[in-house]
Design a protein around this ligand. Structure first.
Ligand SMILES: [Zn+2]
Length: 287
């Protein structure tokens, strides 16, 4: 069933867990992520990033996301990840997305506030929640080793976060406290005290981006300090590729693509399920 961002975050607060927000730019990821959530009987956030338009356009994969979310046996949020402009946000909301992120983190502060506040106003009209972002997370989803290191100078300032949330009215806040997008090229060093201050000052749930490659202990400590949504992508699709490779290595007779797609789906589902098992209290059934 389709639910809103606020519903998912309330569930996370009630269960003292974080909700998995998995990017599903390809159909294999979409099916696999829903399968994992259904097996664990937990809510999930299905996300499409604007930067993934080159993989599949939101106008193509979006309707599939909404439709599968409606039919799923567990609550699903359908979310725009890293929305860069209001036109894109509107496109998603028109397709039935129940949640959007407006990423103004690279804009000057005042412009980030204005644009995010406008996104909140637009989303309100659709009954959808909004995630804002403050502080910059470096990224290397293309595998660039020079960028897989967090820069402390760009971490989110709790006092500024408070101001940002008050002035924009966002439902939750993506913040920078040591994670990076893509692969880590150096041991990540997360600032857990900063997560706690951010949660306290911002007054809304904190979102962790760059959730691939952290230890179970790191996830749990972040959740204990107030993280309620964890974005996850790189390791899930890496697992998909590994699953496809295994199939091809072991079965030289494979000659059609759907066999490879099925192997990838299975591998993504099992990877996402392992991630979810760690960040949810999976013994708890969905209320
Ligand atoms: Zn992100």
């Amino acid at each position: 069933m389709l639910i809103g961002l606020k519903d998912a975050l309330d569930y996370a607060e009630d269960h003292q867990c974080a909700i998995a927000a998995v990017n599903t730019p390809i159909f294999e990821s979409l099916v696999a992520t829903i399968r994992a959530a259904e097996q664990l009987n937990v809510p999930v956030i299905l996300a499409h990033a604007q930067s993934h338009e080159k993989i599949n356009r939101i106008t193509d994969i979006g309707p599939a996301m909404v439709s599968l979310a409606e039919r799923a046996s567990v609550p699903c949020v359908v979310h725009i990840d890293h929305g860069e402009d209001l036109h894109y946000i509107r496109t998603g909301l028109e397709l039935g997305f129940t949640s959007v992120m407006l990423d103004g983190s690279r804009m000057p502060f005042e412009r980030n506030v204005e644009t995010t506040a406008e996104a909140v106003q637009i989303a309100d009209g659709y009954g959808a929640g909004v995630e804002g972002e403050l502080g910059v997370m470096t990224g290397n989803e293309n595998g660039d080793p020079d960028q897989g290191v967090a820069d402390e100078a760009l971490y989110t300032d709790p006092a500024v976060a408070k101001q940002f949330v008050e002035r924009t009215g966002v439902t939750c806040l993506a913040a920078s406290f040591g994670t990076v997008h893509g692969l880590y090229h150096r041991e990540p060093k997360l600032n857990f005290d900063l997560v706690r201050s951010l949660r306290r000052e911002a007054g809304v749930p904190i979102v962790m981006h760059g959730g691939s490659g952290l230890s179970n202990e790191e996830y749990r400590r972040c959740i204990a300090e107030g993280v309620r949504k964890i974005n996850y992508y790189t390791y899930s699709v890496k697992a998909g590729l590994d699953g496809a490779r295994r199939l091809l290595d072991q079965h030289s007779d494979v000659f059609v693509y759907p066999d490879v797609a099925s192997a990838a789906t299975e591998a993504i589902a099992s990877n996402v399920k392992a991630f979810m098992t760690c960040i949810y209290d999976a013994d708890q059934a969905v209320a």
